[in-house]
Design a binder for this molecule. Structure first.
Ligand code: PLP
Length: 382
């Protein structure tokens, strides 16, 4: 068996390659902000908000300091809090449920679909039932576009309708993806995204945004991100946050948005090659008709109990892997006392023991990808 440790280590995500491509354009944009000294809510923030609205088709974009804050702003704007239930999947990043708890509401976990890894809309009715049985008012559902693939927003909307749930799409990983041939940003009542550097559209630090077609909601979120100001900046009318997107980050994002569609295409080329080369040896991800994923992660499923050895074999070949997510939220210490919907969360628990993600980014060249594919096939043959 040939070991490959003589070859250079492969990055899991290659932000340096993107940095090389952006080059001077992003340096100039940042220096312009530095020279202007308009560090907070400068003109680039408004420009970026307008460009992002145009990109995804939403009427309003409110930028803020992180994806987590984006979710909080939307929930707070709807005055969701103590006594309210917020329904979300268990198989996701913690922030999806964390924000419900942060505003004083109760997250209720539902299961995910084993093919798409996204919320199973059939579980929502059972979560509403459990909320009511616990004396809680079902107020919101937070579907997640996990790993870059849009959730089933048509089915979520249908399931949310009877109870009039506020639908807050957590598109931190999926922004740029399409559902029914339309980009995320206009499904449900509001869409939150993150510009954390490792997300498909990342900045050079923390950042986030909420998209909505609801002008009143957008106005309240604009107030909330600046301590809850009224028409007079020093006469506050609600309790808010200090949560703005830095002007420097907006300047970076303006440059990054220009190449984002091209990067989405590149990610899809990488994913297609992985799928073609690995479908016969493992469970590869599927994209439902009418959808385009942005491939925040390329995640395969292994037989339970084989993952550690698989990851170790790849590591020995200089190939990094990552597990998103090893523990579903309903089993984590901070979340395990919260209720689970009537249908249970068996798929979430199983996926957590089976999934593993391979290197994925728009600058993954074919020779490097072939090395990864080769390593995966050899590790699976062991
Ligand atoms: C990253 C992420 C968030 C939070 O975004 P931050 O910008 O890191 O606060 C929320 N939800 C999901 C699904 C995420 O992946």
């Amino acid at each position: 068996m040939n070991t490959r440790t003589d070859l250079p280590a492969i990055p899991f995500i290659d932000l340096v390659a993107q940095r090389r491509r952006l080059g001077k354009a992003v340096d100039d944009a940042v220096m312009k902000v530095v020279d202007s000294a308009q560090f907070m809510l400068g003109p680039d923030v408004r420009t970026f908000e307008a460009q992002l609205a145009e990109f995804c088709g939403a009427k309003h974009v409110v930028t803020c300091a992180s994806g987590t804050d984006a979710l909080v702003l939307a929930l707070r704007a709807r005055e969701i809090g103590p006594g309210d239930a917020v329904i979300c999947p268990s198989f996701t990043f913690c922030a999806t449920a964390e924000v419900a708890a942060l505003v004083g509401a109760t997250p209720i976990f539902v299961d995910v679909d084993e093919k798409t890894f996204n919320i199973d809309p059939n579980g929502i009715a059972g979560a509403i039932e459990v909320a009511k049985a616990n004396g809680l008012k079902p107020r919101a559902v937070v579907p997640v576009d996990l790993f870059g693939l849009a959730g089933d927003h048509a089915a979520v909307a249908a399931a949310a309708k009877a109870e009039g749930l506020f639908i807050l799409d957590d598109a931190a990983q999926g922004f740029g993806a399409t559902f029914n041939n339309r980009r995320l940003g206009t499904f449900g009542n509001a869409t939150a995204t993150s510009f954390f550097p490792a997300k498909p559209l990342g900045c050079y630090g923390d950042g986030g945004a909420v998209m909505t077609d609801d002008g009143d909601l957008a106005d309240i979120m604009r107030s909330l991100r600046m301590h809850g100001h009224g028409s007079d900046r020093y006469d506050n009318i609600r309790i808010g946050l200090a949560s703005r997107l830095d002007t420097i980050q907006a300047a970076v994002l303006i440059e990054k948005l220009k190449i984002f569609p091209d990067e989405i295409d590149a990610r899809n080329r990488v994913a297609r090659r992985y799928n073609e080369a690995l479908a016969d040896v493992t469970i590869v991800p599927t994209v439902p008709a009418g959808q385009v994923s942005v491939w925040a992660q390329y995640t395969i499923r292994l037989k339970a109990g084989t993952r550690d050895a698989f990851a170790a074999a790849l590591k020995a070949d200089g190939i990094p892997t990552a597990v998103y997510y090893p523990i579903p939220l309903h089993l984590q210490q901070a979340y395990k006392h919260y209720p689970v919907g009537k249908g249970g969360v068996a798929v979430s628990a199983r996926l957590a023991s089976e999934v593993i993600s391979l290197p994925m980014h728009p600058y993954l060249d074919e020779p490097t990808q072939d090395r990864i594919i080769d390593g995966v096939r050899r590790a699976l043959a062991k």
